[in-house]
Design a protein around this ligand. Structure first.
Ligand code: KG4
Ligand code: ZN
Length: 401
């Protein structure tokens, strides 16, 4: 089946078209279109994501991304465009349809305008279902995607699948050819909003065994970047700076501050805490500034040690969980998995376990995207009958279950 997926949970507007087959026995996915419009520049001056700005931008970006995705996927796989049902209908029913869509999009000013002018008369693409992120995420942002999905569902008369964003991160690795899941699987999801260790006993059977007690690890990267005077989002900036330290340290011998703490690294549970680590960076930077020792070198040292502190704690807890649950696969997913040093160290460590295969999504499927939403939605609907419904609600804290 061909799935059109929509993701608007945070500050990336994303649309993908994915061909999915094989059911739960042998799921295989082919990405026909993968498009993302980043809002980084808009949120950067505020130091983080502003929900209402994100909502407005999604409203502006969704339709151009949809049109681009349809065009790309037609080229890739001869996605047949059949005659729109609307065209054959009488003017009267067309008016009714328009009113219904106007009602669905009544709170999405930018999107409504574009929808009515650009999509109403367009031939319907051959899509079997629409997957949309229901949560977790920022509710005003989620609503735009959901209302867009509902309006398209009414226009093209196809079902909508409300999908969990975390399930998307968890299954994103299946977009890489040859990756196969064996259960039980352990999953570490690390993003801007989540840090979770999840035991996956079978398809869609989850048990959260550990999570952050305060900040998510990606959030800590973003906050520490801000303390160091780096722009949002902090993850890529910190990893770049950490690489710099390696280069400098070869030539310079400036005395470096003491190492940062590794919070909860020895606690017997699988929980995490990153807020204290961020505060430790804050105090250290304040101290360095008062003694005039805050410079490019100490800054790069902090970036590197902070990054390593996160990796150390994540690896320690994950390997402890591996020893307890003996999974066949370890999945790592979420935006923080775009971090090359984290990928390298996990790969190296997991290679020492002979019975476990590590599954990591490609970098482009690690941070927020819609292809992963298509994958999660496909797995979720197996053995279920799809219904056309417009009764979907955004859920900021949508649990994975
Ligand atoms: O999964 P994602 O795109 O959005 C959420 O669902 O939150 O993750 C975004 C998070 C941000 O906090 C960002 O700083 C972090 O992922 N991130 C990174 C890197 N690239 C993105 N963290 C560390 N290293 C990176 N290279
Ligand atoms: Zn995410």
């Amino acid at each position: 089946m061909k799935i059109l997926a929509i993701e608007t949970s945070c500050d990336d507007t994303a649309i993908s078209i994915v061909d999915a087959k094989g059911g739960l026995t042998k799921p295989v996915f082919k990405v026909l279109a993968h498009n993302i419009s980043s809002q980084i520049e808009i949120h950067q001056k505020w130091g983080g994501v502003v929900p209402n700005l994100a909502k407005r931008e999604h409203g502006i970006n969704l339709i151009p991304l949809l049109l681009k995705s349809i065009e790309e996927s037609s080229g890739n796989s001869k996605l047949v465009i059949h005659n729109s049902k609307i065209k054959s209908k009488k003017i009267k029913s067309q008016e009714k349809l328009k009113l219904k869509i106007e009602k669905i999009l009544e709170r999405e000013k930018e999107l409504k305008e574009l929808f009515l002018t650009q999509l109403l008369d367009m031939p319907a693409p051959k899509i079997d279902a629409i997957a949309v992120t229901k949560g977790p995420g920022l509710e005003p942002a989620l609503w735009v995607g959901i209302n867009f999905a509902k309006a398209l569902s009414v226009l093209w008369n196809i079902p909508v699948i409300p999908t969990n964003h975390l399930a998307g991160h968890l299954y994103a690795n299946l977009l890489t050819t040859g990756n196969k899941l064996n259960f039980p699987t352990l999953a570490l999801i690390v993003s801007g909003g989540h840090t979770e260790l999840i035991l996956v006993k079978d398809w869609l059977k989850y048990k959260t065994i550990g999570q952050t007690r305060d900040d998510a690890v990606g959030e800590a990267f973003d906050k520490v970047a801000r303390i160091l005077g780096l722009p949002y989002p902090g993850g890529p900036e910190i990893s770049k700076l950490a690489l710099n330290f390696v280069r400098h340290s070869v030539t310079n011998k400036v005395e470096m501050p003491a190492k940062l703490p590794r919070p909860m690294i020895n606690s017997a549970d699988f929980d995490f805490s990153f807020s204290g680590l961020k505060t430790a960076v804050l105090y250290l930077v304040q101290k360095l500034k008062t003694t005039d020792n805050f410079n490019e070198e100490t800054k790069a040292f902090i970036a590197k040690d902070f990054q390593q502190a996160c990796i150390d704690v994540l690896l320690a807890k994950t390997t402890r969980a591996i020893e307890k649950y003996q999974p066949k696969n370890l999945i790592i997913g979420g935006g923080v998995v775009a971090n090359l040093e984290l990928r390298r160290q996990f790969t190296e460590k997991i290679a020492t376990y002979q019975k476990i295969k590590l599954l990591i999504p490609d970098q482009k499927f690690s941070t927020d995207n819609a292809s992963m939403i298509a994958v999660a939605s496909y797995l979720q609907i197996q053995n279920k009958t799809l219904k056309n419904t417009t009764a979907i609600k955004a859920s900021g804290h949508f649990p994975l279950k």
